[in-house]
Design a protein around this ligand. Structure first.
Ligand SMILES: *Cc1c(COP(=O)(O)O)cnc(C)c1O
Length: 410
């Protein structure tokens, strides 16, 4: 018999979302009358928009004709027209088309990128963080050489991001030559780093030989014009950062699957090899390009009509977030000293229940309101006492959830 990869033994028990699903199902089984509403998982709910959906349908139809058929793309990095359009429409020319690598999604790229750095790299993550950074690091052996405790893995540097530091971490805890995962707008906190903060991050990375993996999956939700939508707006970022993004959240492509990574030419390993060279080698080995239908959708999404549609779609979710925020600022929450964080630039609200445990609040909200949320502790030790409310939902469901939350006994 073959031994299993020992790296997998080091994963902390259970991924967050299966545990939420388990508790939801157990509750539903015990209370069949409860009409449960989910403000939990960050999955999109609204239909694809017309210009984008039509482009994909037309493309798919074309595939059934001799003239419209295509097989593998010429390049695993994506259709040249889409790479051009991402560079020009979303990066305003700061990034060149040959620095854009189209993918089947941001999560998949996070997983693949970790292979470039192997098992010996030091890792630093924002705490709380999207679980893939930590679990993926454990799977490639870069972390988890000792089992996780309540405080996390000993060989990962957790950078607490709390209201007390305006959700921007103390970078002095990061070891030289680390991979730094940084997500802005942040999932789960909804915080967006300012230009000054990102400049600090970039300066730190350059000075200390670090590479930043910048996850900007929610950049399309930024409404404050002064906030940076990409790390490449920051001086020096091309020498120390790569960026991962996706059509999942702005265009509702969570099921369609399309994303991209920006790997700048100037980004190098210690020996001077361009990171891009290894990245090309890796995707040409493991990845045969994103679906051509999805890429047709991405091209349409970057047409003026598509950009307008994505704006409306993200506006819709931001309006949901504003409704939930209002409910969470109601009398019952205020009297209990509940703190609500959310500046209107992300589809999440991050809410602190002082003195309470996240999972206890999760159970209480499920029990009293029949609303599923996400316990902050599942995103890292600094998430304890917080709950994440997601604004991905149909409007009637969100409104009903808000009415129920007004009656939560705190
Ligand atoms: C949803 C999300 C993604 C997107 O992942 P896809 O694989 O593109 O669907 C990436 N990063 C974060 C932080 C997310 O919340």
């Amino acid at each position: 018999m073959i031994e299993r990869n020992p790296a997998f033994d080091n994963l902390a028990a259970g991924y967050l979302f299966p545990e939420i699903g388990k508790r939801r199902r157990a509750y539903a089984a015990a209370h069949p009358e409860a009409k449960i509403i989910s403000l939990g998982i960050g999955n999109t709910t609204e239909p694809l928009t017309p210009h984008i959906a039509t482009a994909m349908a037309d493309y798919a139809k074309g595939l059934g004709t001799v003239a419209g058929y295509s097989g593998y793309g010429d390049d695993s990095a994506g259709e040249p027209a889409l790479r051009e359009k991402i560079a020009s429409v979303l990066y305003d020319g700061i990034i060149k088309a040959d620095e854009v690598f189209v993918s089947d999604g941001a999560k998949c790229d996070v997983g693949r990128i970790q292979q470039l750095f192997g098992a010996n790299v030091s890792v630093a993550v924002q705490d709380p963080a999207y679980p893939v950074y930590v679990d993926g690091s454990v799977m490639v052996g870069a972390a988890g050489k000792t089992p996780a405790t309540e405080a996390g893995y000993q060989d990962i540097v957790y950078m607490p991001c709390l209201p007390e530091n305006n959700f921007f971490p103390d970078l002095s805890v990061v070891k030289p030559n680390s991979l730094i995962y940084f997500c802005s707008p942040n999932n789960p906190t909804g915080a967006v780093a300012t230009k000054e903060q990102l400049q600090q991050l970039v300066d730190f990375a350059k000075k200390n030989g670090c590479i930043i993996i910048f996850d900007s999956a929610y950049s399309a939700f930024i409404r404050d014009e002064n906030l940076p939508k990409t790390i490449f707006q920051i001086e020096g970022a091309k020498e120390c950062a790569l960026e991962i993004n996706s059509f999942s959240k702005p265009a509702g492509f969570t099921g369609v699957r399309l994303g991209w990574s920006i790997v700048p030419k100037a980004l190098k390993f210690a020996d001077g090899t361009p990171v891009q060279a290894l990245w090309s080698r890796l995707i040409n080995t493991f990845f045969n390009g994103a679906s051509n239908i999805a890429q047709a959708g991405g091209l349409a999404a970057l047409d003026p009509e598509g950009v307008q549609e994505m704006r409306q779609l993200t506006d819709f979710y931001l309006e949901n977030a504003a409704l939930i925020k209002k409910a969470l600022e109601g009398e019952n929450f205020r009297v209990a000293g509940v703190e609500v964080y959310g500046q209107g630039n992300a589809p999440y609200l991050w809410v602190r229940f002082p003195g309470k445990k996240s999972w206890d609040m999760f159970d209480k909200i499920l029990d009293e309101c029949h609303v599923v949320t996400t316990p902050g502790a599942g995103f890292g030790p600094a998430g304890e006492s917080f709950i994440r409310f997601s604004s991905f939902g149909h409007r009637e469901a969100v409104e009903e959830a808000c009415r129920r939350l007004a009656n939560l006994k705190l």
